[in-house]
Design a protein around this ligand. Structure first.
Ligand SMILES: Nc1ncnc2c1ncn2[C@@H]1O[C@H](COP(=O)(O)OP(=O)(O)OP(=O)(O)O)[C@@H](O)[C@H]1O
Ligand SMILES: [Mg+2]
Length: 256
């Protein structure tokens, strides 16, 4: 099977603190690949390394046919001022303005319409992005990442703060992009129910511990999950313990 991304022996440290150490895995074309693990495990660091925003100390990240791979990314937090005057449509189109001319071509306009309809953001296309609800904004962010027709889509907790219905709708969209266009998706989530429903394979990570497997292999191993989610909180200081990473997790999620 075609590998879209191959991560080999990745090592990343910040000021001498090792965050990722000898992490290896690969993701295939059209695969929904979930990354789970407690706060501070290095999940966002992993995505930023794949994007080239962080320079690893060691290891390799190889994108399939690197020069042509288009990567879409929705970061973990994106602060938009309520008064931001840009419309949802213009915000989405920012994802595609890469050509010589600063205005969109006919083709770009067509793609923009298609993506906005696909993500159901056309309903509020003219509204200023600052006036949209959190869930509407998340869909706009996804639309902006999709408008370039990425080969690889990196989602950092894109469904956090969405109501359960909106979470499902967003994941269904992403799954459709994977199955219809062969987009490989790496998504970080703390919602194990959502992971169980939408992931093909899962990477469970903690500091220095990594396990990749099918969603059944990872999510049905309650003892391993518990160990991993407790490993960082037991090492951490009181502040982190108060905000226990496992608090919001449904570890008792029943196997389907
Ligand atoms: N640029 C940076 N400089 C220094 N330390 C950093 C930097 N980026 C991340 N870190 C540290 O690396 C560790 C992993 O951070 P990361 O954001 O990857 O965690 P995460 O798994 O995404 O956590 P969460 O679930 O809370 O989003 C944290 O301890 C963080 O403080
Ligand atoms: Mg993160």
């Amino acid at each position: 099977m075609l590998h879209r991304v191959r991560v080999s022996h990745l090592q990343v440290s910040f000021n001498g603190e090792e965050v990722l150490n000898d992490l290896s895995f690969d993701v295939s074309a059209g695969e929904m690949f979930a990354v789970i693990g407690p706060n501070g495990a290095g999940k966002s660091t992993l995505l930023k390394s794949i994007l080239g925003l962080i320079q690893p100390q060691n290891g390799r990240i190889v994108l399939d046919d690197e020069s042509k791979t288009v990567v879409g990314y929705v970061p973990q937090s994106r602060v938009i001022d309520d008064e931001t005057p840009i419309s949802a449509r213009d915000f989405v189109s920012l994802g595609q303005l890469s050509g010589f001319f600063p205005w969109p071509s006919m083709q770009e306009r067509k793609v923009l319409r298609e993506i906005m309809s696909f993500t159901d953001t056309d309903r509020f296309a003219r509204k200023p992005i600052g006036k949209l609800s959190g869930g509407e904004r998340q869909r706009v962010f996804l639309a902006q990442a999709l408008v370039r027709h990425p080969d690889l889509l990196l989602l950092d907790e894109s469904t956090a703060n969405l109501d359960p219905d909106a979470q499902e709708r967003m994941m269904e969209l992403v799954q459709k992009a994977a199955s219809d266009w062969g987009v490989s998706v790496i998504f970080i989530s703390h919602d194990l129910e959502l992971v169980r429903k939408y992931a093909d394979r899962v990477l469970l990570m903690s500091r220095g511990f990594y396990k990749t497997g099918t969603k059944q292999e990872i999510l049905n191993d309650q003892a391993m999950l518990k160990n991993v989610y407790q490993s960082i909180s037991s090492e951490a200081d009181g502040a982190l313990q108060q905000k226990s990473p496992s608090a919001g997790l449904s570890l008792s999620a029943s196997p389907r």
